[in-house]
Design a binder for this molecule. Structure first.
Ligand code: HAM
Length: 426
């Protein structure tokens, strides 16, 4: 038997109803903040992620699905392509490619699959789904203002509240400007130099190439050493410090609780200043329900104009998981309003009636003339229909049908023209 590849899974009904409920709520909330949807390709030029996310990150160095294309056309040959591991780089690429600043499009959101070859476990998949949003804008458009950071964080708090997700913690940090980080990296290198030999091979390499990435290390034996390393907070310049303070002031004013975590550096290289994660208690080891931050230099790194940005991505798989206990999928799924049971030779009439009722926005499950009445009743209850409607020759002639409520057992004769209304009234 062929199974879905490791780390991927089928999302089945009724769970898909919960996914749709989440996505509908997301679209509604994001609209209130005037975000609009963007859909970028699922694969991109590999260089986009190498340059955007960073060569030394785990994502780029270990986890990408990359292949060399082998099209017939000369232009396709040998191009290195990668399934997107995240959607910020693609969004900024599209922002630059279509000069979206000219169209005033600077608040974009996306919903879709991402791919990372990670070790699968609860809440961690190789194909997973992200719901993300990005605010990108030319300098002096307000996109670099701490008001944008606070607005995005407040939007997330609103979304989680609206979905009924409680028990989340907002972990907040500032990772400073690239200039701040030059000093931080120097201090890290100096601190790592005498101890790096005792660390894992990844950390030994990181200590030389990109010391900040040492904080991504998950090897338990390395943690006591990492604990002693300097913190970014000690190296923030005055501008970064003020920006960070201003974000916090607005968050306090709008009543969004947060927790400062000066160990939080995030696993992607593009971050500047504000970095954050929302964690959720019930998720176990993979407890980050979403992550994000500011990326003021990303557009320039990808060959675009200066365009500071801030955004986040929610792990939709994890969001749905944290929702499942309180909101069972069945509670958001609309079951069939009516099951139509055509008697012998009545399939054509049944189809006509089903068409009429579906046009009135009812959910109709249509049976078959080959079914005996008993089988139709069984099928109607299995489908969870509220009513069963019998279509026999006499009913069609009389233009009135027997409509039976499957839970109360009550049965009434209803004229054809009144059927939809009657079913809707429940
Ligand atoms: P990230 O922290 O790599 O950030 O991913 C964001 C979220 O995606 C994580 O918090 C987690 O919920 C979910 N996620 C990541 N990997 C997996 C996985 N293998 N299985 C299930 N869920 C996963 C980014 O991707 C940035 N692009 C976010 C961002 C947007 N920063 C600024 N704008």
């Amino acid at each position: 038997m062929i199974k879905a590849p490791r780390g991927t899974r089928d999302l089945l009904p009724p769970d898909t109803a919960l996914w749709n409920h989440v996505e509908a709520t997301v679209r509604d909330v994001f609209r209130a903040y005037n975000f609009q949807e963007i859909r970028t390709p699922i694969f991109e030029d590999t260089a986009l992620f190498a340059r955007g996310v960073g060569e030394e990150t785990d994502i780029v160095s270990k986890e990408m699905y990359t292949w060399e294309d082998r099209g017939r056309a000369e232009s396709d040959k040998g191009q290195s392509l990668t399934l997107r591991p995240e959607n910020t780089a693609g969004t900024v690429r599209a922002y630059i490619e279509h000069k979206l600043w000219d169209r005033g499009l600077n608040k974009l959101y996306y919903i879709g699959p991402q791919f990372r070859r990670e070790r699968p476990q609860k809440g961690r998949y190789r194909q997973f789904y992200q719901i993300g949003a990005e605010v990108i804008g030319p300098t002096a458009s307000g996109s670099e203002s701490p008001a944008r950071d606070a607005e995005v964080l407040e939007m997330l708090a609103t979304l989680l509240d609206r979905l009924g997700i409680t028990n989340w913690t907002l972990e907040l940090n500032s990772v400073g400007t690239p200039a701040d980080r030059v000093k931080f990296n120097e201090a890290l290198r100096a601190a790592l130099d005498p101890v790096k030999e005792k660390m894992c091979t990844d950390c030994q390499r990181r200590a030389v190439t990109n010391p900040l990435r040492v904080f991504d290390c998950k090897v338990p034996e390395d943690q006591p050493i990492i604990e002693t390393l300097p913190r970014i907070t000690q190296f923030l310049g005055e501008d970064s410090r003020q920006h960070f303070e201003a974000v916090q002031t607005i968050l306090r004013s709008v009543g969004v609780d947060f927790h400062i975590n000066d160990r939080l550096v995030r696993g992607l290289d593009y971050y500047t200043r504000t970095a954050f994660e929302f964690t959720h208690g019930a998720l176990g080891a993979q407890n980050a329900i979403l992550g994000g931050g500011r990326y003021d230099g990303l557009s320039e790194a990808l060959g675009g104009p200066a365009a500071p940005g801030i955004g986040f991505a929610i792990g939709e798989d994890r969001l749905v998981m944290s929702l499942q206990e309180r909101t069972p999928a069945e509670s958001v799924l609309r079951k069939p309003d009516v099951y139509i049971a055509p008697m012998a030779t009545m399939n054509a009439e049944g189809a006509r009636l089903a068409r009429e009722l579906r046009r009135q926005n009812l959910i109709v499950e249509l049976g078959d003339e080959a079914f005996r009445l008993k089988k139709s009743f069984e099928a109607a209850s299995k489908a969870g229909a509220k009513y069963i409607l019998i279509v026999g020759e006499n009913e069609v002639k009389a233009e009135a049908f027997a409509l039976k409520n499957l839970s109360s057992g009550e049965q009434v004769q209803v004229p054809r023209a009144e059927l939809a209304q009657r079913i809707k009234e429940g």
